[in-house]
Design a protein around this ligand. Structure first.
Ligand code: NAD
Length: 427
């Protein structure tokens, strides 16, 4: 529906945008220059080209990445993206955001991200499996249960994680195979995944919307929500927030936008989408333009698709009272400035979409202990952990008189800085 890179109105690549956010927060907390220098670049950048046999017998080359940004707090952690826009700058930005996200959520993890530049919609299931297994094999010892733990992201899902896990355990010693299952999170339940992981990011977004509503004297019941993206994060956000009593008034994905001020039947839209692979045409909500989506009369705008969507051009159209970032990096520097000038707070990605990595941590713990937790236990722990992060950010923003994004970075950076101060720099 909108182009990712062309939308980057600041003409910065995504890593430069992520670095600008980091520097603003580093200035606000007067971060030690040595720690600042360490955190400015990733610890390691892995990129490689690998061959995959297509169904017609041809060999095609693909480019894969794994960027390991920082591991002072624990093993590297972060998703794997399959998308045609994947490049080194994007993966570096996403890896840095994972470092801040895991720190802010109080997890014993660092940050990483990976991806393959490809069009998953154009690959058959068998091509997807061969690509995933060859990519995992090429990653080799750069991933591991105690070292670097991938997860799903845009264009990947539990099936891809199951193939990654299976490939990994088949390349390690037989003595390490049980432990090796924890090499990725977001697996299917049959392969050691956690109950509640699939919905976790959307669930977390809804906890954050509820916390914002409570703090601003509102109730979720009756709130009007617009959501960009109807994949994992977007769909679960729509479903759960509607169950909490809010009204989903507009949804947009790469196939188009639909809106209905009286409320969209989320289950109906999902059934239509599964059958037709597009949003427009759904009987319960007429198709609207992308600009009409951004201008929707709503209380909460949830960008839950890809980066660079709320820009200097689209931000001025937004009428919502708050923006809650389900996606990573959906708001450009110019978009942020416009929303701030109009008093619209932005709950940043590293807080709002941290539900996924929090439940990934629970999956990793369950795998280590060979345990299976019930859904109510996963849900209760997720709620406690994400709301604690919310109150830390909200309090810091008020105490330091800074916006929520800078406050979220400040909380995350202070925890990392404390670890560096205590450990020192080797040798
Ligand atoms: P997904 O692949 O399941 O869904 C992506 C959605 O974005 C789809 O609905 C797609 O149509 C839409 N989209 C893609 N290009 C678009 C465009 N140009 N314009 C409008 N819509 C477009 O991915 P996901 O897992 O839901 O991830 C969405 C975002 O949330 C990403 O930024 C991801 O990094 C972030 N995120 C995901 C998780 C997770 O657990 N899956 C966790 C944290 C953050």
């Amino acid at each position: 529906m909108s182009d990712t890179k062309a939308n980057n109105d600041a003409h910065l690549n995504l890593y430069e945008m992520a670095t600008a956010q980091f520097e603003r927060a580093a200035d606000a907390i007067k971060l030690d220059p040595a720690i600042r220098a360490i955190l400015t670049e990733p610890k390691s950048e892995i990129s490689f080209n690998f061959p995959v046999r297509m169904d017609d017998g041809r060999i095609r080359m693909f480019k894969g990445y794994r960027i390991q940004h920082n591991n002072i707090l624990g093993p590297y952690k972060g998703g794997i993206r399959y998308h045609h826009d994947v490049d080194i700058h994007e993966v570096k930005a996403l890896a840095a955001w994972m470092t801040w996200k895991t720190s802010l959520a109080g997890l014993p993890f660092g940050g990483a991200k990976g991806g393959v530049t490809c069009r998953p919609g154009e690959l058959s299931r068998t091509e997807m499996e061969r690509l995933t297994r060859r990519f995992t094999h090429a990653l080799g010892n750069n991933i591991g249960t105690e070292y670097d733990i991938p997860a799903p992201d845009v264009g990947t899902n539990s099936q891809i994680m199951d193939w990654m896990m299976d490939t990994h355990v088949n390349t390690v010693s037989i003595l390490d195979r049980t432990r090796g299952k924890g090499v990725v999170t977001g697996k299917s339940l049959a392969c050691g995944g956690s109950k509640g992981r699939e919905k976790a990011t959307g669930q977390g977004v809804c906890h954050i919307i509820e916390a914002w509503a409570k703090e601003s004297g509102r109730s979720v019941k009756g709130l009007k929500i617009a959501v960009q993206g109807f994949g994992n994060v977007g769909y679960w956000t729509c479903k759960i927030i509607a169950e909490m009593g809010a009204t989903v008034v507009a949804v947009m994905d790469h196939t188009g936008a639909v809106a209905n001020p009286a409320g969209i039947d989320v289950a109906g839209l999902k059934a239509w989408m599964d059958a037709n692979k597009k949003l427009p045409g759904f009987a319960g909500a007429p198709e609207v333009s992308a600009d009409a989506f951004w201008s929707a009369d709503c209380d909460v705008m949830v960008p839950a698709a890809i980066e660079n969507q709320i820009t200097g051009r689209t931000a001025p159209m937004i009428k919502a009272k708050v923006v809650v970032e389900g996606a990573n990096g959906p708001t450009t520097t110019a978009g942020d400035a416009n929303l701030a000038s109009r008093g619209i707070p932005v709950v940043p990605d590293i807080l709002a979409n941290s539900g996924g990595v929090i439940v990934s941590f629970f999956e990793w713990l369950q795998n280590r202990a060979s345990e299976y937790w019930e859904l109510d236990e996963v849900d209760a722990r997720l709620k406690r952990q994400i709301l604690e992060a919310w109150s830390n950010v909200s309090r810091t923003a008020k105490e330091r008189n800074i916006d929520l994004r800078t406050a979220a970075y400040a909380v995350a950076l202070l925890r990392i800085a404390e670890a560096y101060r205590a450990r020192g720099v080797f040798p």
